[in-house]
Design a protein around this ligand. Sequence first.
Ligand SMILES: Cc1cc2nc3c(=O)[nH]c(=O)nc-3n(C[C@H](O)[C@H](O)[C@H](O)COP(=O)(O)OP(=O)(O)OC[C@H]3O[C@@H](n4cnc5c(N)ncnc54)[C@H](O)[C@@H]3O)c2cc1C
Length: 593
Amino acid sequence: MNEAVSRTRSAIEVHEVASEWDVVVCGAGVAGLTFALQLRQRLPGVSIAVVDRLERPLPRAAFKVGEATTEAGAWYLTEVIGIGDYLEQRHVRKLGLRMYFQGDTPGHSLDARPEIGVSRFLTPYAYSVDRGRLENDLRGLLEERAIHLIEGGNVADFQLAADDGAWHEIRIESKTGMRRLHARWLVDGSGRRALLRRRMGLTQHNPGYGSVWFRVATEIDVEDWVAPESESWHSRAGNGARRYHATCHLVGPGYWVWLIALPGGYTSIGIVSNGKDHPYTSFNTPDKCMGWIERNEPLLAAALQGHELCDFAKMPNYSYVTRQAFSASRWACIGEAAAFPDPLYGTGFEVIALSNSMTVNFIEKDFRGTPCAREIDAANRFFTQYCLGLTDAIQSSYDYFGHPVIATLKVLWDTLAGWLFNAPLLTHALYDDPEMRLRLRAETGRFYFLSRRLRRLMNEWSRAQTQMVRLEYLDFTRLPFFRAARQAGFRKEMDAATLLAHHRDSLALMERFTLVIFLLALADCRPGLLARVPDDLRLNAWAVGLDPGRWEVDGLLARDNPRHDLDDMLRPLLSMIRAPVLDRFLESEVVGG
Ligand SMILES: Cc1cc2nc3c(=O)[nH]c(=O)nc-3n(C[C@H](O)[C@H](O)[C@H](O)COP(=O)(O)OP(=O)(O)OC[C@H]3O[C@@H](n4cnc5c(N)ncnc54)[C@H](O)[C@@H]3O)c2cc1C
């Protein structure tokens, strides 16, 4: 530890009685707890106090929402926080995301609904977690690592330091009375209470999206909803893999319902809606919620018969992003105190990982005496843009939920983009390397325009779709490019040149995938136009669209477009998505160039 840090330490020892801390974290939710552990690893000599109004034991299962991690979220818990073995032993390994799209009539038997998912566990693993168990156990870890935990302490007020030499003051009320803590750094991990963000009016609201959820003390297993005689349906899930271990989503226009297997035989269930087709007020009480499930997901209603709800919670307008998460005046917001984009893919732990890691870096720099005010400005722009981008990308998917093939391709697109572009931000600490981010943006800045174009194409397709292109079951594990992207996005220790090459290759992959989607869209609603698509697939992915009147002016078919070989994507996809008119493109042996 350098001189600046040891100076702070001795100050703490002198002022221990007055409760002065290098860092005070308000809130011991999963963000505050993992943040404290990460900071302790990085700066063993720094004094840390974590305050939460809740005392142990925290309730099992029916506690907080946010029970399914993504691969990147799990990577953070495993590789950074170091609790991989613990997750394996005490929580549930997740069999990916699984979706059942609504047919024309609610109540369709499950085996008649288009289904997507994975049939085996792929590395890196993701997990379904019992939040009560996780937070209980993380609190125990804090104590083992000499982090001071104040339970049953409500942060009633705080005063930010007036200048650089001063300390923040935090007023805490508990059963035993009131006490004041003084801190060089104030880290807000208070979740939606958002002590700092609210005080400073930093919230950018994204209204409309709402959710309710509850837990039942039984396994709700979708496999029980399909008769055993439907053998092909039962066996296609994979080699002994149980659908119960997937995060199952029952999807219909503008909504999805999650089913998450929790340890100990509990199931978490929640309804999420974009507020358009299914207003929040149509399911925001236990009675209305059960009525809604009866009308829209009767198979689930039947499975819930006779089971008491352990709890019921609700949240209208759940989505928001802060305008500022970090300050050179030595405060920061982490986890939900900073942002919550959307629950669809379970990116909550990713936001936690990013905000925690960035805050740890700034605190380290501060204690090492490295000025970083300008860096913090840039970091705020990066973090808010990241969260806003994530929100926009995820929530645009809701518009396609009534169209199984389009929604499937959008989920696949988002998943690939998440692994290829977002995961390296975390795994290679690119959040702390603005220069490298600039170099990468020079390589992949065009991805933004590609995704806008894709959205436009999907919007056109969803208006014109005929359902001639259909799917019954799409097993992502049978797509070699899906498996390869997962490995590529989580590759370890890429140096600058490898990272640049990875981003270049990833953009090329997304470009080819856009063309695959374009061909499927044509096959579905403009099959006659496929005749105009050249065999060597000299197409411009940034110009795809269903209006042939624009093809020439947009350069879709320009002669100097590169050739594309889509065989490695189209072939496995067409073995699961029915679009026979596209077989022609499988026969061509085209060399990429
Ligand atoms: C509908 C929905 C579904 C979601 N699904 C997922 C998912 O599948 N996967 C995923 O990764 N994320 C999901 N999330 C997000 C997930 O819930 C959050 O990322 C996560 O809970 C945030 O953790 P946190 O520690 O920031 O906040 P919290 O867990 O809320 O912790 C905040 C802590 O601060 C304490 N606190 C608050 N105010 C005070 C005070 N004044 N004094 C003292 N203590 C205080 C509280 O007691 C609490 O323990 C979902 C969110 C929603 C809304």
